[in-house]
Design a protein around this ligand. Structure first.
Ligand code: ATP
Length: 306
């Protein structure tokens, strides 16, 4: 029965996917083709342990031969550590995460989790041990319940509610017209940017992964929402290995270690305090962002009431 129920569940999943919008289908086919494009490894990544170690050794990678995007990137993350990758747009931050998730293989060097090259891991065990909170969460044209359950299709109703509470989304759901049965997505209730991120956080809580990869949204949320989401993320990150790709430095100042990228290379690394002290690229970015923040703040009179 078990042998039969797994493919049946998958068919159900496919059917639900197929009746969603074009955008959703596109992301599904991308995922499916990516899976088959790379040969699968045979080693299982353990699910039971807390936190995972990550070691990147001299990663060189380009999406095409014409341009190298990573030009020799090395770093290591201890189990349970939170590490941020910062740097200008296009410097290769998200590409590092894509290599970790094995959406692509590097042309040179290696990426290992718990000392095992990700190419030697089964993609299934890799995907179940790592949760991703992306920049922009794709919602399926289905209920908010289904959208959260996407993190673990076999979850019970209690599990979903617990995850929604952890992500501080439960109260907002209770205010929706049909509660957990409310239809969301393109053809349903539109969720705000902050709520969509909370759906991704709830999916991640539900998955209870050893590792978390988080791509900070470039579109700014209001500062209250941003701070509240950061709190949820910190809770989710506790005891797990986390990789944050960030644009606003204020959101990663708390991380154990920060990697500063520029044009495909790590140009500086350290804690927030160390990097500010150093007076290099990070400290310049930090001063710039602090100045922008002051300009945006209404209390300094720039948005004057005249
Ligand atoms: P951002 O802060 O804007 O998210 P990033 O530092 O995360 O940028 P990446 O997404 O890693 O940057 O992209 C690095 C470079 O690789 C960019 O020049 C980008 O245009 C290119 N690139 C990214 N994805 C692809 C792709 N699928 N095919 C070809 N080039 C790509």
């Amino acid at each position: 029965i078990l042998q039969l129920s797994v493919p049946l569940q998958f068919l159900g999943f496919l059917y639900r996917e197929l009746r969603t919008s074009l955008v959703d289908m596109e992301s599904m086919f991308n995922t499916l083709s990516r899976k088959s494009a790379l040969p699968d490894g045979s080693r299982e990544l353990k699910r039971s342990q807390e936190g995972a170690s990550v070691t990147a050794k001299d990663l060189k990678f380009g999406y095409s031969d014409a341009r190298q995007v990573l030009k020799g990137v090395s770093f290591s993350i201890k189990p349970g550590q939170s590490v941020a990758i910062v740097g200008p747009s296009g410097s290769g931050k998200s590409t590092i995460v894509r290599l970790l998730l094995r959406m692509y293989d590097p042309q040179h060097g290696s990426m290992a989790i718990d000392g095992v090259d990700v190419r030697d891991l089964t993609q299934e065990s890799l995907r179940s041990a790592v949760a991703v909170v992306p920049q922009d969460t794709v919602l399926f044209n289905d209920t908010i319940f289904y959208n959260i359950a996407y993190g673990r299709p076999t979850a019970s109703k209690d599990d979903i509610i617990t995850a929604a509470k952890m992500a501080k989304l439960h109260d907002a759901i209770m205010r929706m017209p049909d509660g957990y049965e409310t239809l969301v997505g393109e053809r349903g209730l539109k969720l705000s940017g902050g709520e969509k991120q909370r759906v991704a956080i709830a999916r991640a809580f539900l998955k209870s992964p050893r590792m978390l990869c988080c791509d900070e949204a470039t579109s700014a949320l209001d500062s209250g929402t941003e701070a509240a989401i950061l709190d949820s993320l910190k809770e989710l990150a506790a005891g797990r290995t986390c990789l944050f790709v960030a644009h606003r430095l204020s959101t990663v100042a708390h991380c154990d270690h920060i990697l500063v990228m520029d044009a495909g290379l790590i140009v500086e690394e350290g804690t927030h305090e160390e990097l500010v002290q150093k007076g290099g690229a990070y400290s310049k970015m930090w001063s710039l962002q602090q100045a922008e923040k002051k300009e945006d703040a209404p209390e300094n009179g720039h948005n004057g009431a005249n």
